[in-house]
Design a protein around this ligand. Structure first.
Ligand code: EZ4
Ligand code: CO
Length: 402
């Protein structure tokens, strides 16, 4: 089998998605997601101008060699644009492989290690009362694990809290929105939020929280310690992780489990974190970390150190990535949990898919390959629109992590 053609589809059914389609001489095609929220066209150009010409004529079964060709062969390594582009190619090739062999991708990654994949959803409220209502609503929908974010008294906006109840989408059209931040107010607000959650919902429900890179290690240590009585499943991205050894300090002070890495591009971003057992869950995803080929290596390395997967699954990952994540989650032994932020109806219609949700768990379906398609005719109705993630400033004007 040979690759005869490949092209990038950009569509915006409510939000932007970049999809790579690779076509073969046998008529089988594969899909890969290359969406990088707020920087979509950089990946699209990287693919169209620099990667696609190198793919034509290659054997799509050579997932390892093509991965190395695009990674080592570029000389310039890593970074979110490069690694999302490589991921798009890699996932599309696995899709082709599965379709050619007439088997779902999970069978090519080791087969089923479990019946289905536990997912966590997002709940939020402008205050504790509203967050309680939203958690109750999601519990009713069957979720066993719920991420909880609430507004912080004194701040006009907070990460993870939508302007409208029930809907949260971080990227906005137009130039970046500015959010407001003050660490002390945030740190004061989180323990009472989770105290109320436990008091209301008991011990069984898994509760998660995303700090979204906003704390220093010692501030994160304080938060982790204060949350210990409420037995969180994890706190996520407590501090920016460029400095991997920053996590040593957090780890020394708290038994609250730590998850990190939705912005990671490769195993090397998590190498020290895993090797030193400073984290419990690694959140790197199939799309931003070089595809299934690389994520499998990361997961296998993490397994040696009792670190589990907890892959990113926000709506900026297209249904193509969601499907890939579910095949991966069904197969890898050290699967932990998968994030699930359901897509809009418009997005689901553009990407018809086999995966399904039931009672807090998801399944990728048993169709050959990924089990996701792209309705190109429908996709063409939604033209790309420039959008950005917000930026964040402290109340004195200092730009800080969003
Ligand atoms: O802010 O995917 O855990 N989920 C998250 C996401 C990220 C977005 C950024 O594009 O932190 O909501
Ligand atoms: Co996050």
């Amino acid at each position: 089998m040979k690759i005869t053609d490949a092209y990038v589809n950009i569509t915006s059914p409510g939000r932007n998605f970049v999809t790579l389609k690779i076509v073969t001489d046998e008529g089988i095609y594969g899909l890969g997601d290359g969406t990088l929220n707020g920087r979509e066209l950089a990946v699209a150009a990287y693919l169209t101008e620099h990667v696609i010409p190198c793919l034509i004529g290659r054997d799509p079964f050579q997932t390892e060699d093509i991965w190395q060709y695009l990674y080592r062969g570029a000389y310039w390594r890593r970074g979110p644009v490069t690694m999302s582009a490589i991921a798009a190619v890699d996932v599309a090739l696995w899709d082709i492989k599965g379709k050619a062999l007439q088997t779902p991708i999970y069978n090519l990654l080791g087969g089923r290690s479990r019946e289905s994949v536990m997912v966590y959803c997002h709940a939020f409220g402008k205050d504790v009362g509203a967050a309680l209502e939203d958690v109750a609503k999601h519990k009713e929908m069957g979720y066993r694990a719920i991420r909880v974010q609430s507004g912080v008294p004194g701040l006009k906006s907070t990460y993870g809290v939508g302007k409208v109840a029930g809907h949260y989408e971080p990227a906005e059209r137009g130039l970046p929105t500015e959010y407001e931040w003050e660490t002390e107010a945030y740190l004061r607000s989180v323990p009472p939020l989770f105290s109320k959650m436990r008091e209301t919902f008991g011990e069984e429900l898994h509760l998660l929280h995303d700090c979204h890179h906003r704390l220093t290690p010692i501030e994160a240590a304080r938060l982790g310690k204060e949350l210990e009585p409420f037995h969180l499943f994890w706190i996520e991205d407590p501090t920016p992780a460029e400095l991997q050894e920053g996590f040593r300090l957090i780890r020394q002070h708290t038994t609250t489990p730590l998850a990190v890495g939705e912005v990671f591009n490769s195993l090397w971003d998590a190498h020290e974190l895993i090797r030193n057992q400073w984290i419990d869950y690694v959140r790197a995803t199939v799309v931003h970390a070089g595809g299934l080929t690389h994520l499998k290596k990361l997961a296998d390395f993490a397994a040696l150190y009792h670190v589990k997967t907890g892959c990113h699954g926000a709506t900026d990952l297209s249904p193509v990535s969601m499907a890939a994540a579910l095949h991966f989650g069904l197969a890898v032994h050290n699967f932990g949990i998968q994030e699930h932020m359901p897509h809009s109806e418009e997005t689901d219609a553009v990407f018809p898919h086999q995966y399904s949700y039931q009672d807090g768990y998801m399944h990728p379906g048993d169709k050959p390959g990924l089990g996701v398609d792209l309705d190109e005719k429908l996709a063409a109705h939604y033209e790309y629109q420039r959008a950005y993630l917000p930026v964040n400033r402290k109340q004195d004007g200092t730009l800080t992590d969003w």
